[in-house]
Design a protein around this ligand. Structure first.
Ligand code: CMC
Length: 428
């Protein structure tokens, strides 16, 4: 490869250097495009072809179905690591030693107290409010109780902000659920690991002791690992974009939560279960819904299918499908919607519409079935995704700030009115 890309505009030739990543991904570096061409920009709605940054955190090959965090395969991490180790790996770049992990966990524990006044804010929300809206607001409100801004030139400051959010976010997530469920707010238990502690904060009943269930905590750990990062997706790009204005970590993450909420992104896990429930209630006729998904005049989409980047299979979906079978088996649950999901998957994988468009089950297709089996209500599925994605957002925000990236500010191609004279109100 010459290392140069040439572009010809109106007979004039411009050369741009190619950038090659460590996995041989090639990008045309158009940093100088506007200045050398006198104002020409690129147009790429949805950023389908645009690399917004260089990043050393997550590698994803959509054609081959590869996902790696800091060079480690998702399959190996899901099997051998726990969520907190993966948090450390994503944020700091290496797997922690025993001592580093211990210190990390202790520091997070110390920061897991949430100001009592935050409860008043939570109290102000209607009980039926969607947990993602509540969680985004509470995360943003944290800044008012932890006002010191992060000095990104100080490793210590950065570290403190990171362990703070890792400590407080599970508490806020659990409180959001408990408020909705009408349960008293609860703090966790310092003696438990990160994920078990979260489960206890969620499910401890006021009148009985919390009983730890190994199958449940292992499944939850695995789900969180599988969701922990996914390079420049919608919510992560949002976190980087907000952080690029030098807004703090908490508000950047709050913006990421809002972006994740949508049904085309993290909200798909809730939408999948609602769709499967609707199919069941409608007599279980999967063919009818396949036809709807293919009908261009029908807005219905097969939720949990398709992905912007994966055009072969989503490696996370493979792991989750197996885990769903195991969890339901271990817990002795017979969930009829698992059968509907499997039926839909089989039909879609054989249907030319889905095959031609390379639409495969994504991470959200089976995750809801596990969440349901673990006793997590459907409106809490997307907050679970947020808890899992938290280390990814933190790692990407930290990388963006350490690399001193410029403020995010895309260009546009204006297609509105040309200059026109103001019309007095009597003549409009
Ligand atoms: N059902 C039916 N048709 C679909 C679907 C689907 N789920 N997904 C894509 N298509 C069709 C789409 O209509 C289009 O057809 P045509 O070329 O004839 O116009 C073609 O496939 C390409 O779709 P696209 O919308 O241009 O693809 P995209 O890369 O912009 O969108 C997606 C990716 C994930 C938003 C989309 O596949 C989708 O809406 N899926 C359902 C929602 C979902 O499961 N989201 C979770 C994504 S994974 C977790 C996460 O990122 O949070």
């Amino acid at each position: 490869m010459s290392g140069i890309a040439s572009l010809e505009i109106d007979g004039k030739k411009y050369d741009f250097p190619l950038t090659v990543g460590t996995e041989n991904e090639v990008a045309i570096d158009i940093n100088t495009l506007r200045s050398v061409t006198n104002g020409v920009t690129t147009l790429d709605p949805g950023y389908k072809n645009t690399g917004a940054c260089e990043s050393a955190i997550t590698f994803l090959d959509g054609e081959k179905g590869i996902l790696r965090y800091r060079g480690y395969s998702i399959e190996e991490l899901a099997e051998k690591a726990d969520f907190l180790e993966v948090c450390y790996l994503l944020i700091f770049g290496e797997l922690p030693s025993r001592d580093e992990l211990q210190k990390f966990h202790n520091d997070i524990r110390e920061q897991s107290i949430v100001a009592e006044d935050m409860k008043k804010i939570l109290d102000g929300f209607p009980q039926a409010a969607h947990p993602m809206g509540v969680l985004s607001s509470l995360t943003s409100a944290l800044i008012a109780f932890n006002p010191s801004s992060v000095n990104v030139d100080s490793e210590e400051d950065m570290y403190r902000a990171i362990v703070r959010i890792l400590g407080k976010f599970p508490v806020l997530t659990a409180w959001t659920y408990r408020k909705r469920a009408g349960l008293p707010l609860d703090y966790g238990d310092d003696t438990l690991n990160y994920v078990e502690n979260f489960l206890k904060m969620m499910f401890k009943k006021p009148h009985s002791d919390y009983k730890r269930n190994e199958v449940v905590s292992n499944a939850m750990d695995k789900l969180l690992i599988l969701h922990a990062d996914h390079e420049q997706n919608c919510s992560t790009s949002t976190v980087r974009m907000v952080g690029s204005s030098h807004a703090g970590l908490f508000v950047s993450i709050s913006a990421g939560i809002s972006a994740l909420w949508g049904p085309l992104h993290g909200g798909a896990n809730q939408a999948v279960i609602e769709m499967l429930e609707a199919i069941k209630a409608d007599g279980g006729d999967t063919k009818k819904y396949m036809a709807k998904a293919k009908d261009k005049n029908d807005p219905f989409r097969l939720m949990g299918f398709g992905h912007r980047v994966y055009k072969n299979f989503d490696p996370r979906a493979k792991i989750i499908k197996k885990a769903a079978d195991e969890v339901l088996n271990d817990l002795g649950i017979d969930d009829p919607i698992l059968e509907i999901a499997k039926g839909l998957e089989k039909e879609a994988l054989e249907d030319p519409y889905f095959v031609d468009r390379k639409l495969y089950p994504n991470v959200d297709f089976y995750s809801g079935i596990i969440y349901r089996a673990l006793g997590i209500p459907v409106e809490m599925f997307t907050p679970m995704f947020a808890l899992g994605r938290l280390p990814g957002w933190i790692a990407q925000w930290r990388e963006m700030r350490l690399r001193k990236e410029p403020i995010g500010r895309p260009r546009q191609v204006y297609i509105g009115e040309n200059l026109r004279a103001f019309k007095d109100i009597d003549y409009r």
